[in-house]
Design a protein around this ligand. Structure first.
Ligand code: CP
Length: 307
């Protein structure tokens, strides 16, 4: 399977076999599977990654930066466009044209849906979408799948419950799209009325569970999920008062879940996860964030044709 030169824009651009190949490649960078990663340090020596972050990020930006350096790459880019010539009126297209001249792969986060695809159409180097508004965040979906595979040893026949805002939250869209490629998965979107999953991210395996979020624990007890995928309510996409949507997963929530179930969250969190649960074995979100490093090392090596 050859990924050299390929753009990573949307999880739906990949077949089930391609997704599994990427996840298998990520194991080569994960200390849980490879005891020494010394051989990885020079995989992409001499190559440059350009990180173009038009929007804030902690995990995606820093893990791509770490991943690139771990495989020997140099870094250029910005995380505040106002400190570049965009401040003087430079167009998006010109910024992409300039940055592609200085780099071998471009990683872009931008608030506008479709911006990563637009960059890929302009650039003659691989472009990796690090999140384009509410649209897509394919490397998040990949690291979520990698986490699920590590924990459950399978990606099929799972019951996944999305808790929060399936209407706007791109992580839920990505997880649904990716896991829909595998058989027997059942999806439940637990949300307040008005925040149900959009039509394009549904199939007959998807079910809405519209509730008053105060009843979350009772609902989760009834659903008996394998995976509780939690997300913050993205207030930046919702008009008006959002306080009515607030909820929190607490120690009490954990007591109603099956023993084998896990709580995932792409982070950042606001109040939806009580920090008291962080050290509970069911809380896997910090492992999830760490897995992003291995997946992003693999992706960089793959699109550069170095593995
Ligand atoms: N999960 C995620 O994309 O986090 P950041 O916004 O911090 O990159």
């Amino acid at each position: 399977m050859n990924f050299k030169g390929r753009d990573i824009i949307d999880i739906n651009d990949f077949s089930k076999e391609e997704l599994l190949f990427i996840l298998k490649t990520a194991r080569k960078f994960d200390p849980e599977f490879v005891k020494s990663d010394r051989s990885n340090y020079t995989i992409a020596q001499g190559k440059i990654a350009a990180l173009l972050f038009f929007e804030p990020s902690t995990r995606t930006q820093q893990s791509f930066s770490s991943a690139a350096q771990k495989i020997g790459m140099g870094l250029i880019g910005f995380n505040d466009p106002e400190l570049t010539s965009i401040h003087k009126g430079e167009s998006f297209s010109d910024t992409i044209r300039i940055m592609m001249a200085y780099a071998d792969v471009m990683i872009i986060r931008h608030p506008e849906a479709g911006s990563a695809r637009k960059a890929a159409d302009i650039a003659d180097i691989p472009v990796i979408n690090a999140g384009d508004g509410p649209n897509s965040h394919p490397t998040q979906a990949l690291l979520d799948m990698y986490t699920i595979l590590k924990i459950f040893k399978r990606l099929d026949n799972l019951k996944i419950v999305f808790v929060g805002d399936p209407l706007h939250y791109r992580t839920f869209h990505g997880q649904f799209s990716a896991l829909s490629k595998f058989s027997g998965n059942q999806f439940y979107g637990v949300s307040p009325k008005g925040l149900e999953m959009p039509a394009e991210f549904r199939n007959s395996d998807y079910h809405d569970v519209v509730i008053d979020m105060k009843d979350l624990d009772k609902t989760l007890a009834e659903l008996e999920p394998d995976i509780v995928s939690v997300g913050r309510i993205p207030k930046e996409y919702i008009d008006g008062d959002t306080q009515k949507y607030d909820f929190q997963v607490t120690m009490k929530t954990l007591t109603v879940l099956p023993d084998h179930s896990v709580i995932m969250h792409p982070l950042p969190r606001v109040n939806e996860l009580d920090p008291e649960i962080d050290t509970n074995p069911k809380a896997v979100y910090f492992q999830q964030a760490r897995n992003g490093l291995y997946v992003r090392e693999a992706l960089l090596a793959l699109v550069l044709g170095r593995i």
